[in-house]
Design a protein. Structure first.
Length: 359
């Protein structure tokens, strides 16, 4: 009833995922493969099936011993936790999602994970699919923040939903004769890496947000049919770039970079307008821009919200402990061996950092 498909079975993985009518780019094997290369863990596809219900969940499995707090304390490859790959995901369920059926899914899933030594799970639910709505039987769910969704039903609707200021920014780029092009190849990736790393440096980003060459090679080789790099060219110079993901009627704004010297021309505003038009022309229904840093309503969120003057999309997270006894042991190990502010580890499991032992 419950099985795991490994990342080595990419064809079988994608066959199962694409059999679900609401699947998205984040569930495809090539997406998780890139983040495995980045060091986020081992990708796993959970597949559940019984007579009246079936479900999938994509996770990254991490060995807790590899966390600096537990190195040399825990045995290797014995205790794990899982989380949604960078971006969004969570269970997709089809069929008769009754309380009884979801309860059986929860029981099988929990028992399976406990036997595998998986202690906890952190989920970033999909803001477009709204798949958190029926997951209260499996997770402690809480709202984290807002995200911005652009409806792509028509170009007229796209334009009308922009704020007046954003329309002016788009016109500024058009009047400057900025051209927006797209493609996906090694040369474009090299240009993106240079611009993206410079952008991250200027914003003092954490090391995690610098991706290696192998990561970008995987995007090309393992995910190339579901990704493009859009780039804005001004006077033969690339001044803004974005990696865009797409699958099954949904488009996602993934990674982005721009040259701040040309910020006055608002190239990213024009670029995202062209992405929206590109999606609309090809029958895609939504462009998801995401939210602010840490899901806060910051300058990044305000920039994105200019593309939908009536944003009402929300983003939920889920927390689950499979083995409470071992979870408490891990928290106690952190408390004994490190000088940690007691408040960091004192919150209950529905608030604060999760899992506590990685705080």
């Amino acid at each position: 009833m419950l099985s795991i498909i490994s990342i080595d079975e990419m064809e079988e993985w994608d066959k199962i995922v694409m059999s679900f009518k609401d699947y998205d780019a984040y569930y495809l094997s090539g997406y998780s493969k890139a983040f495995q290369i980045h060091g986020d863990g081992i990708p796993m596809l959970f597949y559940y099936e019984e007579q009246s219900i079936r479900a999938i969940n994509v996770v990254m499995k991490r060995d807790i011993e590899k966390d600096g707090s537990f190195k040399g304390i825990l045995p290797k490859c014995s205790y794990f936790d899982i989380s949604t790959p960078y971006g969004y995901g969570g269970f997709l369920v089809e069929g008769d999602g009754t309380t009884e059926n979801l309860g059986r899914l929860n029981d099988d899933y929990t028992n399976f994970c406990k036997k595998q030594g998986i202690i906890s799970e952190f989920v970033r639910f999909h803001p477009v699919l709204k798949n958190s709505e029926d997951m209260n039987a499996l997770y402690n769910i809480s709202k984290l923040g807002k995200t911005v969704l652009v409806n792509l039903d028509s170009k007229e609707q796209i334009w009308d939903n922009f704020t007046s200021k954003n329309r002016n920014m788009v016109r500024k780029g058009q009047n400057a004769e900025i051209k927006v092009l797209c493609g996906l190849n090694t040369d474009l990736c090299r240009e993106f890496i240079k611009l993206y790393n410079a952008t991250m440096y200027k914003y003092n980003a954490k090391d995690y947000y610098y991706f290696g060459d192998d990561f970008y090679s995987s995007i090309i080789n393992d995910f190339g049919s579901n990704a493009l790099i859009f780039y804005a060219v001004y006077q033969e110079k690339i001044i803004s770039m974005s990696i865009i993901l797409f699958a099954n009627k949904q488009v996602h704004y993934h990674l982005s970079a721009s040259n701040r010297e040309y910020q006055f021309l608002a190239p990213t505003n024009l670029l995202l307008y062209e992405v929206a038009c590109w999606g609309s022309d090809r029958g895609y229904k939504t462009l998801h821009l995401g939210g602010g840093l840490g899901s806060s309503e910051d300058n990044l969120y305000r920039f994105k919200s200019a593309f939908n003057k009536n944003p009402n999309n929300t983003f939920e997270i889920g927390k689950k402990i499979f083995d409470r006894e071992k979870y408490a042991d891990l928290v106690n190990i952190r408390t004994r061996n490190e000088e940690i502010d007691a408040d960091v580890l004192s919150n209950d499991d529905t608030t604060g950092y999760f899992p506590k032992y990685r705080a």
